[in-house]
Design a binder for this molecule. Structure first.
Ligand SMILES: [Zn+2]
Length: 116
């Protein structure tokens, strides 16, 4: 192997390492995105699970309370949704259940006014 060939091989390796380094960076970014998404979904899931549990409990209370009183509080569904919105989640059918990230959502606000 002459000097020129060695030089070419080293240059070739340098290029390949550069490409690998680039790929590694891309994968790292992708992984970061996945972790973020995973965290977001876990929080959302936790929240929706709580919602589901509390609304199931309310259903059960309604069921058991039926014999003594058939009165259902008016606007309870609205209150639940308004609370969910206050806690930072979308209640509009466009983004329902996803975090609002501290911004008001026009669809949600329209929806709240409509169901008031
Ligand atoms: Zn919304």
């Amino acid at each position: 192997m002459n000097k020129k060939e060695v030089f070419e091989q080293v240059t070739d390796m340098e290029e390949k390492i550069g490409q690998l380094y680039q790929q590694l960076g891309d994968l790292k970014n992708y992984l970061a995105e996945l972790l973020e998404e995973n965290h977001r979904l876990a929080v959302e899931n936790h929240h929706l699970r709580n919602r589901l549990e509390s609304s199931t409990e309310q259903e059960e209370q309604k069921e058991t309370g039926k014999s003594s009183s058939s009165e259902v509080p008016v606007g309870e569904g609205y209150d639940n949704l308004a609370r969910l919105y206050e806690e930072g989640f979308h209640i509009c059918n466009v983004h329902f259940g996803s975090p609002r990230q501290d911004e008001d959502c026009l669809f949600c606000l329209l929806f709240l006014n409509k169901s008031k």
